[in-house]
Write a protein that binds this ligand. Structure first.
Ligand code: IPE
Ligand code: IPE
Ligand code: MG
Length: 252
């Protein structure tokens, strides 16, 4: 049977607590617009909301929290907004590093963070290093992340390996590739698929987030704009998740 990495409960039916929660943190711009404030004001408020949710998810026993912080498409925004977002990220990791370490959180990044400004990259690398010996919740920041790019990258790696391994028999090697082999080449390798994906701000789409991994995730959409997203709203989303019937293609 295909390994769907269904973490919570493992069996079909009513889920227990989600082991992996992923969040599309959307609505910072609209939150700022409602206050006639610059977009960056919204992103700053969004970082504060993120801090609260990291703490709350960790306290609640969530194993993995993945947040969509910047997509491969977000470069389309003006350079002032883009550099402002990265500046805020530096501020977040520097101000919160001690708390993350104390809360035993392990920070990692998915996505190609090579092109992000040097200062932001250095701050992130420090945080990853300083939290690497922790043993608690894995906090995964999707940064310059795009799921199609990730899937394409996995396909290229497997194609290269198949060609190298089998020479003339490359087709045979390719036909033996399994879903598990493919998943092992994604940036989320080793991380269970998200049980619950939350998107704030009323938009109902994935916007290139975890397309492979979301195969059997439960999706919860809330109209709350990200800066207004509270631990109580997080709990409400988890409650909605608990009411779902996860069938993985089986019978009711
Ligand atoms: C999400 O908020 C943060 C990022 C995409 C970086 P937005 O900036 O997309 O907010 P809206 O959707 O314009 O309100
Ligand atoms: C998705 O939000 C990306 C992040 C939250 C980082 P967007 O605001 O970029 O998505 P679209 O453009 O509404 O689909
Ligand atoms: Mg948006």
């Amino acid at each position: 049977m295909t390994d769907l990495k269904c973490a919570s409960g493992g069996a079909d039916g009513a889920p227990s607590d989600p082991r992996h929660v992923a969040i599309v943190m959307d609505g910072n711009g609209r939150w700022a617009a409602r206050r006639s404030a610059p977009r960056l004001y919204g992103h700053n408020a969004g970082m504060n909301a993120m801090t609260e949710i990291v703490r709350h998810a960790s306290d609640s026993g969530v194993g993995y929290l993945t947040v969509y912080a910047f997509s491969t498409e977000n470069w389309k925004r003006g350079s002032d907004e883009v550099s402002g977002i990265f500046g805020l990220l530096v501020k977040f990791v520097e101000l919160k590093l001690r708390e993350l370490v104390e809360n035993n959180v392990v920070v990692s990044v998915i996505g190609d963070y090579e092109p992000i400004p040097g200062e932001a990259k250095a701050a992130l690398e420090r945080t990853i290093e300083d939290t690497s010996r922790n043993t608690g919740m894995k906090f995964i920041i999707a940064l310059n992340y795009g799921s199609r790019a990730d899937i394409l990258n996995a396909a290229k790696t497997l194609a290269r390996e198949a060609a190298e391994a089998a020479g003339e028999g490359a087709n045979a090697a390719a036909s033996e590739i399994t879903e598990a082999d493919f998943a092992a080449k994604l940036s989320t390798a080793g991380v269970p698929d998200p049980d619950l994906i939350i998107r704030t701000s009323g938009e109902k789409r994935l916007s290139n987030f975890l397309l492979w991994e979301a195969a059997y995730s439960e999706l919860v959409f809330t109209d709350v704009l990200w800066p207004d997203f509270t631990p109580a709203e997080f709990d409400r989303c988890v409650e909605e998740y608990r009411s779902r019937d996860r069938r993985y293609g089986g019978r009711t």
